[in-house]
Design a protein around this ligand. Structure first.
Ligand SMILES: [Zn+2]
Length: 379
């Protein structure tokens, strides 16, 4: 007897209703509604029993109501519902133990659960995690706001800037009264007001070396890097640090009308330096482009439009939750997930592998072998 279903239930986010005596539906929204033909009303009866009671009770009730049914038949019925992604595990924990502010998050995660997972566990995973957020500009300040609603156990934030008037169009964490203040100080106070359950620490520090980052990684479960200066160099430095610390990191950056997200899980996915190697091998103009761009010392004006930045920060935080909890498959492992603000579309770049023999950072490679690394500092 397979007992994979211990306490299965129909996801409470879906309505269950009959269209007539032979037809019923679960769900009411376009493309997330499933219709069942059920002239004998056996499946409908089973669905009504899927309220969190133990499988043994369900067997008993169904085989008594329909003497021609076996327990195997009941399991087949559950398999049908499970294959349509309509069943989740009933959580052991009572929802009343969870902070009410997270109920809508939990209901959202329910959509993604399978028969052996429940959404309360996803929220509990977030609530027991500690996040290191690097950068409090257009990315980081809005990411912090989103994280406040997710309720991790702790957030450590690192930045060195002060609030300027030119920030106020998109960095909505900051108020006019904050002009001239250190962003970390303002951000810590703002987060405490938004969610006092999170243990927040702010550090006024410019990230310039691997050690600058490693001093903040103790007890951290995931890093989010949205520092954009100096471009590429800072990602390289953060990448080296997270590989050393063995921590997953979600990187995000905005470029004109596109936003890009990629995540690195040390020793599992390719890292940022593997990406440098990948481009060297697959794009014959990569090094020339890199050097040509670097030589003009282009200092671009800040290009940042809040509705565009919000698309990117939403994607970064969702990706962080995916990497942290696995509630759904991450979108940017071994690939770059790109959002086109012009039309709201997204796509993924060709994937890049982990070069365990060639990467000087996450593998056993020699940085001297690759021309590209000469153009970075500290390589
Ligand atoms: Zn690597």
């Amino acid at each position: 007897m397979k007992f994979q279903y211990i306490r299965p239930r129909i996801k409470p986010i879906y309505p269950v209703y009959q269209l007539n005596d032979e037809l019923f539906r679960i769900g009411a929204q376009l493309s997330i509604t499933t219709e069942f033909e059920d002239p004998e009303r056996k499946l409908f009866e089973l669905v009504k029993l899927l309220d969190g009671r133990p499988i043994t009770e369900i067997f008993k009730h169904m085989t008594e109501s329909f003497p021609d049914l076996t327990e195997e038949d009941v399991l087949d019925g559950l398999d049908i519902l499970s294959s349509e992604n309509l069943i989740e595990e009933t959580p052991d924990d009572n929802l009343e133990k969870i902070d009410e502010r997270y109920y809508p998050n939990i209901n959202y995660f329910s959509r993604y659960m399978t028969y052996d997972r429940n959404a309360i566990d996803i929220q509990k995973k977030i609530s027991s995690s500690s996040i290191l957020l690097l950068g409090l500009g257009g990315g980081g300040s809005n990411i912090l706001t989103l994280l406040s609603g997710l309720g991790p156990k702790a957030i450590r934030i690192v930045d060195y800037d002060r609030v300027e008037k030119s920030n106020l169009g998109r960095q909505l964490l900051y108020k006019e009264r904050d002009l001239g203040k250190l962003k970390v100080d303002v951000a810590v106070n703002a987060l405490k007001e938004m969610n006092s359950t999170i243990n927040v620490e702010g550090f006024n520090k410019k990230i310039e070396s691997v050690e600058d980052i490693l001093q903040f990684t103790d007890g951290i479960d995931l890093v989010i890097c949205v520092i954009d200066e100096p471009p590429f160099q800072v990602q390289k430095t953060v990448n080296q640090a997270i590989i050393k610390a063995g921590l997953p990191c979600v990187f995000g950056a905005s470029q004109v009308s596109r936003g890009r997200v990629f995540s690195v899980i040390p020793k599992v996915t390719g890292c940022f330096d593997c990406l440098n190697i990948h481009y060297t091998l697959h794009d014959d103009k990569f090094v020339e482009q890199f050097v040509g761009f670097r030589n003009i010392e282009f200092n671009p004006p800040t290009i940042a439009y809040a509705p565009a930045i919000f698309q990117l920060t939403a994607a970064i935080v969702d990706e962080a939750v995916r990497v942290l909890t696995g509630y759904a498959k991450p979108s940017s492992l071994s690939t770059q997930y790109e959002i086109n603000y012009e039309n709201g579309s997204s796509f993924t770049h060709p994937s890049w592998e982990r070069y365990s023999d060639d990467c000087p950072t996450c593998g056993n490679g020699d940085s001297q072998k690759w021309e590209i690394f000469r153009y970075y500092e500290n390589s």
